[in-house]
Ligand binder design. Structure first.
Ligand code: FAD
Length: 393
């Protein structure tokens, strides 16, 4: 078998790349190691930047986003027992964020892929890549009890942080890594959201985040040690801690309801430089990880694959490799800006176990400055809704 672009990984990055390539008439094969339901059911991102929403809309996969997604024009920062509104749209020339679960994004992209009839193979195993320094790189994998070989013009490594593509880049890459001394305990709860906007809380007990997935489902997080055992947290104890951290002096608090899902996620910042070697190009979490505080991971994956789709299009249309040669450098500029913002949000809102009372006071002063200075608030808004990105390709 041969294809133009062999895509390893059928998460948001792989599916969106396949979709964009299809629109330009470029062949691809998507290989995913999990089954279809597992990929849909994975509870992860929920905040889309304006550019990601625009890209989905403009490429024909935005119908449900506009039906059931929620546009948010503001966000709250909560500290000292009070919520402070940050008017995102007013400060960013009308841009907004969209609360729309990663599950829904993945469903939209899977439906679009299936409608094209182009190959999307689930439950493949033992995926490996060869000959990336030649013009015919090769993917080997097992599926349906047989071994398969797929030659490609290019390989796109969209296989997430634990995939096989990043290690296949070889030795000429540098990894930049930072782990944080905390993680997030997250729950999905059957409870109507009690706030129209997300609420980021910096409390003396630690960080907490109020978010939502639909008019009936709330998504909440609080800071815990990175290796926290979720079994130590019965639902009542989780709600008790959520309410202690989030309840404000005016009596605002989240609505309580049955917990549908709970887990602990450790946090890290990670960047691979360059994001390619030979004809293997990484995109999304395969190349970089951000702590979820800035809500950037899925959006960075979308930005990467837009750049890649543009570069492949230029290659096939004009036999020009210029954009492919510049892919890593161009993508990394946005990646590092998102890293900086995600790190800044994280260290401003979380309590470090190495910190002391001075640090907490400094953090509160930071938040006080942000919410009282239009210049500071504008910088937050500009980054949170997403830095400018041209969606033409
Ligand atoms: C708790 C949490 C909250 C988050 N909140 C946000 C948010 O609000 N906003 C935001 O933008 N981002 C958020 N993120 C980050 C976001 O979920 C990720 O950045 C996003 O999933 C990246 O997409 P991806 O396709 O690059 O990688 P993934 O989603 O990891 O997809 C990679 C795919 O490759 C498959 N795969 C792996 N290895 C192989 C192999 N060898 N062969 C074939 N297939 C393979 C995997 O099964 C997977 O389906 C959050 C993440 C977490 C954990």
């Amino acid at each position: 078998m041969h294809t133009q672009v062999g895509i390893i990984g059928g998460g948001p990055a792989g599916l969106l790349l396949g979709h964009l390539l299809h629109l330009k008439g470029i062949d691809s094969v998507i290989l995913e190691r999990r089954d279809h339901e597992y990929v849909i059911d994975r509870v992860r991102a929920g905040v889309l930047e304006q550019f990601t929403a625009d890209l989905m809309t403009q490429t024909g996969v935005g119908a449900r986003l506009h039906q059931i997604g929620m546009r948010h024009d503001s966000v709250y920062l909560s500290f000292g027992g009070r919520r402070h509104l940050v008017p995102l749209s007013e400060l960013s020339g009308g841009k907004a964020i969209y609360v729309y679960g990663q599950n829904e994004v993945v469903k939209d992209l899977m439906d679009a892929r299936i409608a094209t009839g182009r190959p999307l193979h689930y439950e493949v195993s033992d995926v490996s890549v060869y000959d990336i320094d030649t013009t015919r790189p090769l993917i080997r994998y097992h599926a349906g009890g047989a071994q398969h070989e797929l030659t490609c013009d290019f390989i796109a490594g969209c296989d997430g942080f634990h995939g096989i593509c990043r290690p296949a880049l070889g030795d000429a890459v540098t990894f930049y890594d930072k782990t944080y001394p905390f993680g997030w305990l997250g729950i999905l709860a059957e409870a109507a959201p009690s706030s129209e906007a997300l609420v980021y809380t910096c409390h003396e007990r630690g960080f907490a985040l109020f978010s939502m997935r639909s008019p009936k489902i709330t998504r909440l997080y609080f800071q815990v040690p990175p290796d926290e055992d979720i079994n130590k947290w019965p639902d009542d104890a989780i709600w008790d801690e959520m309410l202690k951290r989030m309840t404000t002096k005016d009596g605002w608090k989240p609505n309580v309801g049955p917990v549908l899902n709970k887990n602990v996620t450790a946090m890290r910042s990670f960047v691979t430089e360059p994001m390619c070697a030979g004809r293997l190009y990484l995109a999304g979490d395969a190349a970089h990880i951000v702590p979820p505080t800035g809500a950037k991971g899925l959006n960075l994956a979308a930005a990467d694959v837009l750049l890649l789709a543009r570069a492949f299009t230029e290659f096939y249309k004009y036999s020009n490799s210029g954009l492919l040669n510049n892919y890593s450098e161009t993508a990394l500029q946005r990646v590092w800006r998102a890293q900086r913002f995600s790190w800044w949000m994280t260290q401003t809102l979380h309590l470090s176990p190495e910190g002391n009372a001075f640090d907490f006071k400094r953090q509160l002063t930071d938040l006080d400055y942000i919410t009282s200075s239009k210049a500071a608030m504008t910088s937050l808004a500009e980054n949170y809704v997403g830095l400018p990105m041209d969606i033409e390709f």
